[in-house]
Design a protein around this ligand. Structure first.
Ligand code: ADP
Length: 625
């Protein structure tokens, strides 16, 4: 054999490559399998036009053999093989890709989809080997060649003997160390797992010796048999069009791959050609994983390049508000980047991510429209995430997401979308009414809510902390403002009613101010005519509602004095308590003081707020009983 140095800066590059490009050593197997698959592709393409190539489609194969005693792992393919010149050019020059040249030369043949094109994959095998021997024989040739290298020092080439055409790559594994057990790559179970993980969709069978025990024929004894078995499933489900795949197939694919005991609510298959070519297979799970609403949850889609798995969780493919989506993306366009592991910031990824986001949104809207029951299930699992998406980033995505959210409503207590709410608005109604509280039931019993509902308006019930924050971010929907029925001024009384209540408040200004002073902690006290049959309630003025005060004051490190709502005690002008207060104000001011404190405490309790002085209130009530 002739001894040679690697060309140009290859030595440095090889060293760098071995030590830094790839984060997982195990990917060497993926790289060698991809090369073998490319080599078979090349011969297969040739066979389409060259009648001297007589191999049939089903005769192609990639075989992996482990020899534990010799510590070698050998990959054999019956692809195109290499001439001496190709061997030197392809394996003697790092970053020289025969596959890239092949692709360039066959650009008109759109069936060409070889995987490699960077000319570095092969060398990843040096991460686990201290010597690599390659034997290769071009199809139709009588001569075979050998290439051997121990890494950076260079390589030798020469002539050799080889049975059959194709390439055989023999890795002499490095000795085991404390940290790295290279011998694991000789283990049958590990080989199977790695092939499944990275190369399951390679189009040619990848075979290895599989040991199993089975009953001897005609006897109760078992025997151990070793057989060459195909490990990969070969046909990726996402390469098939949705009409060729049954729901069961999608479901079991999802459940196997993502370890879910429940079938997904929806499988979405997407194909795109144009700005970027890719296939995506996405799933909307039926329930949130146990860690979904924690920091430990990692979003992301699996990323494949021409059927070869590149990344298990590619974060950049999903926005946070769709982080619940599981699935994968396969694109041939991606590989135009140096290492298969450094794709994350690829421009193509951004284009794909945009297209995927659009698709998810349109599928969800379709589900909301056509299969409400399913959508409600989806929304109860992941709706909060979408509401957070509206709130986050100062509402940058509010417009994009506004039609996906739903709220419980006073009408039939069903979930309604904002679009549906607006379509159902009463004649003359110009705002979207909502109320906040701990639970839908408690909100429904709020006096202001009852009063507004009684007048025939629909009210949305905000029972989640994020709800009011999200609509504040949106500001408006379809040009309609959001109004909190407990705190905002609603335009639901007639002009005459407004005039009447204004006069009432003016006439009893002294009484109302006296009550305000007695309570102390309140912004103002006033009579109102929007409470239906209820005696009192709380409202607030200014930007911070009482509900927001509740949420904000729960946050760690909150400065409570900064986030106080300006509370207003509202007294129903037509309730008997109003009359009683007016009388008492003339007769017994001390009693008015007690009444004021008790009514305020009542209003706070109805509104779901704490009272600061429960024992004082209890004493006051007893003294009046
Ligand atoms: P890439 O696969 O990205 O092109 P590699 O360093 O992995 O880069 O391989 C360099 C070149 O060596 C390939 O492009 C191909 O031409 C050749 N090659 C590698 N493995 C084989 C093989 N098993 N059979 C034939 N040619 C191969």
């Amino acid at each position: 054999m002739r001894k040679k140095q690697f060309k140009t800066e290859s030595q440095k590059l090889l060293d760098m490559m071995i030590n830094s490009i790839y984060t997982h050593k195990e990917i060497f197997l993926r790289e060698l399998i991809s090369n073998a698959s490319d080599a078979i592709d090349k011969l297969y393409y040739r066979s389409l036009t060259d009648s001297t190539v007589t191999l049939k489609r089903d005769e192609y194969e990639i075989v992996i053999k482990a020899d534990k005693d010799a510590r070698t792992l050998t990959l054999t393919d019956n692809g195109c093989g290499m001439t001496m010149e190709e061997l030197e050019n392809n394996l003697g020059t790092i970053a020289k890709s025969g596959s890239y040249d092949f692709k360039k030369d066959n650009a008109d043949q759109n069936e060409v989809s070889v995987i490699g094109q960077f000319g570095v994959g092969f060398y990843s095998a040096f991460m686990v080997s201290d010597k690599i021997t390659v034997k290769t024989k071009p199809y139709g040739s009588d001569d075979a060649y050998i290439w051997e290298s121990e890494g950076v020092t260079g390589y030798s080439v020469g002539n050799t003997e080889k049975n059959g055409h194709g390439t055989e790559i023999c890795l002499h594994l490095k000795p085991d160390t404390e940290d790295e057990k290279y011998s694991e790559y000789l283990d049958e179970y590990n080989i199977r797992a790695l092939v499944k993980k990275y190369s399951d969709y390679i189009r040619y069978p990848i075979k290895t010796d599989v040991t199993s025990s089975r009953k001897k024929e005609g006897s109760d004894e078992y025997e151990t048999v070793t057989e060459l078995k195909t490990l990969n499933s070969m046909v990726p489900l996402w390469k098939k069009s949705a009409s060729e795949v049954t729901e069961e197939e999608y479901n079991s694919f999802y459940q196997d791959k993502f370890y879910d005991y429940e079938a997904p609510l929806k499988a979405i298959s997407q194909r795109s050609e144009g700005l970027s070519t890719f296939e995506a297979l996405l799933f909307i799970p039926a329930h949130a994983p146990y860690d979904f609403y924690t920091k430990n949850y990692e979003k992301g889609l699996e990323l494949y390049s021409s059927g070869v798995m590149i990344t298990e969780k590619c974060k950049d493919l999903l926005p946070d508000y769709f982080s619940f989506v599981r699935g994968l993306v396969d694109s041939a366009d991606l590989s135009l980047n140096i290492s298969r592991e450094m794709l994350q910031h690829d421009r193509q990824l951004k284009v794909i991510a945009k297209a995927i986001e659009k698709k998810i949104k349109s599928e969800l809207l379709k589900m909301q429209e056509n299969d409400r029951e399913k959508y409600e299930k989806f929304f109860s699992a992941f709706g909060s995430q979408i509401k957070f998406g509206i709130y986050e980033g100062y509402g940058a995505n509010a417009d994009n997401l506004k039609d996906l959210i739903m709220f419980a409503s006073s009408k039939e207590r069903k979930l309604v979308s904002l679009k549906e709410y607006v379509a159902n608005m009463k004649e003359g109604q110009n705002a979207i009414y909502y109320a906040c509280g701990e639970t839908v039931d408690r909100i429904a019993m709020l006096p202001q809510v009852e009063a507004v509902v009684e007048k025939g308006y629909e009210v949305l019930y905000f029972a989640e902390d994020v709800d009011e924050f999200a609509v504040k971010m949106m500001q408006k929907y379809d040009d309609k403002e959001f109004k909190n029925v407990c705190t905002d001024k609603l335009d639901i009384t007639t002009d005459a009613e407004k005039e009447e209540i204004k006069n009432e408040n003016d006439a009893y200004r002294d009484l109302l101010d006296f009550m305000k002073d007695a309570i102390g902690d309140v912004f103002s006290v006033r009579f109102t005519n929007t409470l239906g049959s209820h005696p009192v309630s709380l409202s607030s003025e200014g930007e911070v509602s009482t509900e927001m005060e509740k949420v904000l004051s729960k946050m760690p490190g909150a400065d409570k004095s900064m986030i106080k709502a300006q509370t207003v005690l509202e007294i129903n002008a037509s309730h008997s308590i109003a009359q009683r207060l007016k009388e008492l104000y003339a007769q017994d001011k001390d009693k008015v003081k007690s009444y004021a404190k008790i009514l305020y405490a009542q209003a706070r309790l109805i509104g779901g707020l704490d009272i600061d002085n429960p024992s004082e209130i209890s004493d006051l009530i007893c003294s009046l009983l």
